[in-house]
Design a protein around this ligand. Sequence first.
Ligand SMILES: Cc1ncc(COP(=O)(O)O)c(C=O)c1O
Length: 439
Amino acid sequence: MSEPHHGRGIERRKAQMDIFEILESEVRTYCRTWDTVFERASGSTLYSEDGRDYLDFFSGAGALNYGHNNPDLLRPLVEYLLSGAIVHSLDMKTVAKRRFLETFHELILRPRNYDYKVMFPGPTGTNSVEAALKLARKVTGRTHIVSFTNAFHGMTLGSLSVTGNSMKREGAGVPLTNTSSMPYDGFLDGEAADFLWLRRALQDSGSGVDKPAAVIVETVQGEGGLRAARASWLRGLAELCHQHGILLIVDDVQAGCGRTGTFFSFEDAGITPDIVCLSKSISGFGLPLSLTIFKPELDIWKPGEHNGTFRGHNPAFVTGTAALEHYWQDRRLESKVAGLASQLHEGLSQIAARTEGARVRGRGLLAGIYYPDHEVAGKISVEAFARGLLVETSGPDGEVIKTMPALTIEPGDLLKGLDILADAAESVTGGKVSVKSIA
Ligand SMILES: Cc1ncc(COP(=O)(O)O)c(C=O)c1O
């Protein structure tokens, strides 16, 4: 018996599509831009099953600061797993968690004089943000949160309510309330004094802005277009919060863990946020792990008031401990990142110089180029992929080409990637540039 016509149609469609298109939701994104099947990865290179290799200027959106399958993290992970040690434990005490907490305290908090308690809020960045918002509201008894234009804090409802992007916000399906958005550093192109509106809004009881529980800020807007706040702006914000008894939350999910050159992205600004969100590269290996850290006097949680099944993922503790021990015992990684960052910014400046109005944005190894023609960055990303480079876009219209190489990338690979990027940019915008000469 022959199939009904529509059945044959479906079968034909299936034959032309792969399982990702057949079964995986339309919500998928990166696999549309980078339409290949990745099989292996090592350091800053990914290999697809059809035998091509790709240089990685994406680093798992910041989850792979130490590269793919870093052997110094892989070895202890494999040994741990083969030893029969605990994998899943909710928030029970484990040997792996003890080592992680001790190491985080000894190598990160203590040398920087940060007195923070550590909470494991769930495995992802948005879990950390949700916990931060809940805690700020609980501590202050206020509901309102101030966030910034083009902020990105995650996809759950609380995080979306402090996120700028209208497409992402619409996905919430419910009103996003109890927040207001203020201009981020540079949003008004210097046309107004820093915090003009926020300062007035807080001082004037007629402003219509409820006194906030907290202000949440990224020091570099990873998803929202790579604007980097000046240190003086961050200090001004911290001061304003302090004056008004408002908690300052720094969302260091993307900019933290060394991405901007120091472990926390706010160290150079000399501020001490009340609450800090960390995730992405805190496990060092691409395993899900997230922390919300806060000043001890804020620790008024009742036991279990915020919980979750996947809070303390022991394999992630193992790789996270190894990453801290390997890279944060001394200043070597920081000085390496400083060198790589100046090479990256130099290369990006040369590429940007070929296009009228294009500008370098970002800080450290979280940097890119803003193009006034909002179509350009997306096209460059496509051309870069065709030439073997993974590089994504950022900003509300994807108007910024965003580079995020591993902190461990070889300088030669950084140059190679910059050259591919220059070539891709040239194919889109014209204007030849070679960055090979950068020392
Ligand atoms: C600054 C910032 N906060 C929060 C998140 C959300 O993290 P996740 O995607 O792990 O939920 C991201 C993700 O890109 C981010 O960049």
